[in-house]
Design a binder for this molecule. Structure first.
Ligand SMILES: Nc1ncnc2c1ncn2[C@@H]1O[C@H](COP(=O)(O)OP(=O)(O)OP(=O)(O)O)[C@@H](O)[C@H]1O
Ligand code: SF4
Ligand SMILES: [Mg+2]
Length: 351
């Protein structure tokens, strides 16, 4: 899928070694543990990984929406400006206009006493004060139409809509401001296939017209394959592989990516494959490669030395000793290459 941008345009978002941890009685939960990526104008990046790998934490952290008690460090730039030095108020001002978020729970921000038209007008009035009422209505009706909501519903109240429609309303409200960067956290989980298709279409429209960049968090690898330019695979707080979506899906370099792909249902799948074990406890994750207790390819080196992220010849970036050796970027010793015996695996896997 081509990205409508020029080589000279810099990234909209640049994250470098971003870390987020939650303070708990047992110690810090390292939910995001050194994440680096950038996002170009108009680009759609899919973020995938099992439950608890830190996807929502990363998405919220990028928009300054972490709960109290969460800490974040690293470098995070939006159009060259360091977001981590902004005050809460400055960040709130950026949100809506520049930074948008589509949440999973649609009811939270709709006021039951306000008509849908008023929700749109208030949002637009707050962030784009110069617009006339007619212009506000035109913008609102346009985005509603794209979401499959007829203009006759413009004067309705939130409770008059079904759950799926309310979700579409929330998405329309986030997108009516044409933000430069949107995080969509599982926007399609509760939706039917038709709505899913509408959302994907509107996201494509937006990026074509306004170069909106999107971080799309989802468990649905089919959506990533269909809608995303690049994909980032997250495991235990780290991006273990990132690259062109088609490339990564057709030739995954990291064993976790491969296992994740194998565990999804497809038409040709006869039995469902599960990755053995579960993602680790993020207070005390396994040492070195955090995936080693579950990895079918694990070697001695994997349990003792952390594999740094490396750019691979195929174009993706991955952090895996086996991928580095397969691509002839390193040569492991016989000892390092010796397969890890099951009994040598960390107890973190035994649950
Ligand atoms: N407020 C919090 N306090 C303490 N730990 C938290 C908090 N929120 C999330 N976590 C922990 O941080 C880790 C990452 O959670 P996160 O919700 O970001 O994962 P996720 O990849 O979005 O999962 P899912 O696919 O289920 O939405 C998990 O171990 C989770 O238990
Ligand atoms: S570094 Fe080793 S354990 Fe980790 S994913 Fe690669 S092969 Fe598996
Ligand atoms: Mg989540």
């Amino acid at each position: 899928m081509s990205v409508p941008t020029t080589a000279s345009s810099g990234p909209v978002v640049r994250a470098e070694d971003v870390r987020v941890w939650y303070g708990t009685e047992r110690g810090p939960v390292r939910a995001v543990d050194g994440v680096t990526f950038d996002l170009r104008p108009g680009e759609i990046l899919g973020l995938v990984g099992e439950s608890g790998c830190g996807k929502s934490t990363l998405g919220r952290g990028l928009l300054g929406l972490l709960p109290d008690g969460a800490k974040m460090d690293g470098a995070l730039e939006f159009r060259g400006e360091n977001l981590l030095t902004l005050s809460k108020r400055e960040l709130a001002e950026r949100r809506g206009v520049d930074l948008g978020m589509i949440f999973q729970e649609p009811l939270t921000r709709l006021n039951p006493l306000m008509r849908i038209s008023e929700h749109f007008r208030e949002t637009l009035r707050t962030h784009e004060p110069g617009l006339s009422k007619a212009e506000m209505d035109r913008r609102a009706l346009d985005v509603l139409r794209r979401m499959g909501i007829p203009p006759t519903r413009y004067r309705s109240y939130p409770h008059e809509f079904s759950g799926g429609m309310r979700q579409r309303l929330m998405i329309a409200l986030a997108l009516v401001l044409r933000p430069a960067f949107v995080v969509a956290d599982e926007p399609t989980t509760a939706l039917d296939v038709l709505v899913e298709a509408q959302i994907i279409r509107i996201l494509h429209d937006l990026r074509r017209e306004f170069e909106t960049s999107l971080l799309l968090i989802t468990h649905n690898l089919g959506i990533v394959a269909e809608a995303c330019d690049r994909v980032a695979v997250m495991y235990a707080g780290e991006i273990v592989e990132i690259g062109d979506a088609r490339q990564v899906f057709s030739d995954p370099q990291h064993p976790y990516t491969r296992e994740l792909l194998r565990s999804t249902i497809s038409l040709s799948t006869t039995g469902l494959h599960y990755i053995p074990g579960a993602p680790p406890d993020l207070v005390e994750p396994p040492p070195a490669c955090k995936f080693h207790p579950r990895c079918p390819d694990a070697m001695q080196v994997c349990a003792t030395r952390w594999p740094a992220p490396v750019q691979l010849p195929a174009g993706s970036r991955a952090q895996c000793w086996a991928a580095e050796e397969r691509n002839r970027l390193i040569r492991l010793t016989e000892d390092e290459r010796r397969p890890l015996e099951r009994r040598e695996l960390s107890v973190a896997d035994e649950a």
